[in-house]
Design a protein around this ligand. Structure first.
Ligand SMILES: [Fe+2]
Length: 398
């Protein structure tokens, strides 16, 4: 309800029934699906208006892998490829009621693949990635590149690119997926396509249940796997051309890169951190998401920081805890926790090594940072040793 001076005078006037008029107006606006913007801050007077003004913010949350894994195993028994090609458990933020979303823009899921099964090819508008967690035979074929992957390997399946998922071995295999689907849903741009065609020898389009493997299984590594060296004699146009053409980032190289940075100071807010980038541009692999390998050295404790981007951390190695706005989250391998934008966060590595000393902790981190940077909403603050808040980075011009 409006509370201007004029409104108060009108309300006090006996010959003018202001309240009745405003109630009648409210009834009309409700019926016409109009929101009375002047009502902001006057909670309790109009239930419907208060509901319209509500915005659900994602909250920090952790999914413990030891709780999730028995459900995944059971799903592996009960759900075969005929039941569904998507044997995944998506981590839903408890505050985003009714949404399938881990943070406002992203969702993460654990997927279990039974031995020797490959789902038929499909494509979709959301961008996705997979990271191997257990087993060495997770499989994703992307645009003719057959990628078998193991723990820590990062595999891209960019938007509108044909791909298939599965397991090319005799043992079980679990991987993590991260998609920008909640963001794409908000933009009303989500679609899936599962009718896959290839040209036969006569050049006719024929529907297929399986992609033809056209490229070497290590095509991405061979072409882009050497930092600072860019091939000039092969085409970098893969898929739609809107994502990194390097479709797999092998863990061995990532781990080595982290190791090579160990002796430097690195960041007091992140420890040792590497971004996975499109090797042809040096920028994030997707326009919507970027990813990091983040190592905390033995007993390392980071300083608190807060950013507008939302983050999803999955623990690859080690154990410790993370404080998010004063709330403690203890973690160990394969747990996933989210840090929605706007929360103060710092990490403490409590990993014990076999020889009794401290060990490394490593996170795989997913972020919607590229979206916030493109739209100029990105900023990050930290607290220095003295506890003062300092601006670390901003895409805004102050
Ligand atoms: Fe997919």
């Amino acid at each position: 309800m409006a509370t201007s001076i004029r409104g108060d005078q009108k309300r006090q006037s006996n010959d003018y029934n202001w309240q009745a008029e405003i109630d009648a107006l409210h009834e009309k606006t409700q019926a016409l699906n109009l929101y009375e913007f002047w009502s902001v801050g006057k909670q309790g007077e109009h239930e419907a208006v208060r509901d319209l003004a509500r915005f659900d913010h994602a909250v920090p949350h952790i999914w413990k892998y030891r709780d999730v894994f028995p459900c995944l195993e059971k799903a592996g028994e009960l759900i075969d490829m005929d039941e569904s090609e998507r044997r995944s458990l998506i981590m839903c933020n408890p505050a985003l009621k009714g949404l399938i979303a881990t943070t406002t823009t992203l969702f993460a899921a654990y997927r279990i693949n039974n031995p020797n099964e490959i789902a038929p090819p499909h494509r979709h508008s959301p961008n996705a990635i997979r990271v191997g967690l257990t087993g060495n035979t997770n499989f994703t074929g992307i645009d003719g590149e057959p990628i078998t992957f193991g723990p820590g390997d990062l595999v891209l399946t960019p938007h509108d690119t044909w791909h298939d998922h599965g397991n090319k071995g005799d043992g079980g295999a679990v991987n993590l997926s991260v998609l920008d689907m909640p963001l794409v849903n908000v933009l009303n741009a989500t679609y899936f396509d599962s009718e896959y065609f290839e040209k036969d020898e006569q050049g006719n389009e024929v529907r297929r249940n399986k992609q033809t493997e056209r490229l070497n299984p290590e095509y991405s590594k061979r072409t882009y796997g050497k930092g600072g060296l860019m091939p000039r004699s092969v085409s970098h146009l893969r898929g739609t051309g809107n994502a990194s053409p390097m479709y797999v980032y092998r863990w061995e190289a990532t781990r080595e890169a982290l190791e090579d940075l160990r002796e430097y100071d690195n960041s007091p807010y992140d420890g040792v951190m590497i971004e996975y980038v499109d090797p042809t541009t040096g920028r994030a692999p997707y326009s919507t998401m970027t990813f990091f390998a983040n190592m905390l050295r033995p007993a390392e404790r980071t300083l608190p920081s807060r950013q507008t981007a939302s983050l999803i951390y999955t623990v690859l190695e080690g154990a410790g805890h993370t404080m998010i706005d004063g709330q403690r989250f203890d973690w160990e391998p394969f747990d996933t926790f989210c840090v929605p934008g706007g929360h103060w966060v710092h990490h403490v590595n409590e990993t014990r090594s076999k020889n009794g000393g401290g060990g490394d902790a490593i996170f795989f981190v997913s972020s919607d940072e590229p979206v916030l940077k493109t739209l100029h909403f990105y900023s990050r603050h930290g607290k220095n040793e003295a506890g003062e808040t300092v601006l670390l980075e901003s895409s805004r011009r102050f």
